[in-house]
Design a protein around this ligand. Structure first.
Ligand code: MTE
Ligand code: MO
Length: 502
């Protein structure tokens, strides 16, 4: 039993890695949050009905002039957010990179916990733990240190809180994180219902962050109160609590070097991302994109909501095209509109809306998930891209499909960005059953703000992949020659990941 009093090296190492990775997770998580700093109970995200708002900007459904959800973004300081100041794309990259290492660290830790019998220090084996924990809290409140439980290194409240963090809080963060993925949501809508929907999962994920933060503060204070030099030595060197701590100097140096390393890595990640965003996007992408691609490939959308589920208000992202050419098409009720379909196809075509519709239509009621964090349910009807592919016959070399839009983002979104909006998807997503060129929304012709006359819907992906105001479609073998080569306008200009299943 005395063995349990040790603080073995594997705990020292996983404890340190956990601290390191949690800092990255929290900071990148705050970056993601800054893109839509409000929390809803309902997946409709009704403007003004958020249960928590971390911004002063208020938007309303009946605003006098149209707004785009990108206007709801906040620029948070790089001191708290990684990388800070409206860098959602890279914030997500850091988050998804770090979470992979965090899960591996956690899995190794739990495996060793059970392999060594050390689980007994964390897992309570009697209901007495609750009254004992209360008594321990009482002892703390009287400014005394409660005695550890017999044969264990921790008192009851310590054991209970460590158990909660390791076996409840950490898994809950992973599960609620997964419940926000559009691919998971599209394939397993019932899983997301476990948490009461995507927005509740998002709220819980945030409360989980708060719980982690609160735990970290209390835990640190308690370590200080419980006897800093001795415990510091234990945490850094892993010596048995009972051993003499002659190595205090060594522990001080190693411990502070470790903390300095964490801070330095955090600063380096911030500076690298802010100075060399494209390099950061590429580097992080090497590890993050394969995971996203695998998810998007494995899951097909099986969404089938009811008409009653349709959101009363559906946010808009992206201002309509200011081009004269587009205004003329609108004025002519799109009778002059032709969809160009070209590239690596056997039969390039130019289709009127009636001709396009003639290829066959389909309708779906689905949840839209914007990368910023909001969601909304709507019915969309239009022509399956698969039907179009049957018509134009992509050649064997066609591996991606590019969708070009009418909106010049230099005019509508500014912020130093340029070029017309476009997006690409791999050809297998284009052929997916719920991938359509929508021409109708909620039983009416597609409204201008939602992409008239045609917008793409790819139901396992984030909203930014669903190009609105589609002008032309091109089948290509390689996306690196289009735009700045990252696979889409938001990928090029905002450093979003090209795969968008998470
Ligand atoms: N042409 C074009 N398509 C676009 C955008 C845009 O700015 N321009 N924004 C994208 C983003 S980020 C989202 S979330 C969805 C929003 O669709 P909605 O406005 O119909 O809700 O459109 C996507 N398609
Ligand atoms: Mo979006």
């Amino acid at each position: 039993m005395t063995r349990l009093m040790d603080f073995p090296l594997w705990i020292v190492i996983t404890h340190f890695l956990n601290l390191f990775l949690l800092l990255f997770l929290a900071r990148s998580g705050l970056e993601v949050l800054s893109a839509f700093p409000k929390f809803y109970l309902s997946d409709d995200c009704p403007p003004g009905k958020e249960w928590l708002r971390l911004t002063r900007k208020v938007v309303s459904a009946d605003a006098a002039h149209p707004w785009s959800s990108l206007d709801e973004e906040e620029a948070w300081s790089p001191v708290i957010a990684l990388p800070g100041r409206k860098n959602l794309g890279l914030g997500r990259h850091w988050h998804f990179l770090t979470v992979q290492f965090w899960i591996v660290t956690g899995a190794v830790y739990i495996a060793l916990l059970f392999a060594t019998g050390y689980w007994q220090t964390l897992v309570p084996t009697s209901w007495e733990i609750f009254p004992d924990a209360l008594r321990a809290v009482g002892t703390y409140l009287m400014l005394h240190i409660p005695a550890p439980q017999p044969g264990l290194p921790f008192n009851a409240i310590q054991q209970l809180s460590y158990f909660f963090v390791v076996f409840i809080l950490a898994p809950l963060q992973i599960l609620t994180g997964a419940a926000m993925s559009p691919a998971v949501l599209a394939r397993f809508p019932r899983y997301v219902w476990l948490f009461g929907g995507r927005q509740r999962a998002r709220s819980l994920h945030f409360l989980g962050l708060c719980a982690f933060a609160a735990f970290t503060v209390v835990h640190t204070v308690m370590v200080i109160v419980n006897g800093l030099p001795r415990l510091w030595t234990v945490i850094v060197l892993g010596h048995p609590e009972t051993a003499p701590y002659s190595d205090r100097g060594e522990a001080l140096i190693i411990g502070f070097a470790g903390l300095a390393g964490v801070v330095a890595a955090s600063v380096a990640a911030t500076v690298l991302s802010r100075r060399y965003p494209r390099a950061a996007q590429r580097m992080l992408g090497h590890i993050v994109n394969p995971m996203e691609r695998a998810l998007s490939r494995a899951f097909t959308s099986r969404q089938r909501y009811a008409w009653a589920d349709i959101s009363p208000y559906h946010r808009v992202n992206g201002y309509p095209p200011p081009d004269k050419r587009y205004a003329e098409l609108v004025a002519g009720d799109f009778t002059d509109y032709r969809l160009q379909v070209r590239g690596l196809v056997e039969y390039p075509v130019s289709l009127s809306l009636a001709e396009l519709r003639g290829l066959g239509t389909q309708s779906q009621i689905v949840k839209h998930n914007c990368i910023q964090g909001w969601s909304a349910i709507a019915q969309w009807a239009g022509v399956p891209v698969a039907a179009l592919m049957e018509h134009v016959r992509p050649l064997a070399g066609a591996r991606h499909v590019a969708f070009y839009a009418f909106d010049d983002k230099a005019v509508t979104e500014g912020e130093g960005r340029s070029g017309y909006f476009y997006g690409t998807i791999p050809i297998h997503l284009a052929a997916s059953p719920q991938t359509i060129l929508a021409m109708e929304m909620n039983g009416k012709p597609l409204p201008i703000e939602h992409g008239a006359p045609i917008r793409l819907r790819v139901e396992t992906q984030l909203g930014f992949k669903m190009v609105k105001w589609v002008r032309a479609i091109e089948f290509v073998d390689d996306i690196s020659t289009i735009g700045q080569g990252q696979g889409g306008w938001r990928e090029d200009q905002q450093f979003y990941a090209n795969a968008a299943g998470i």
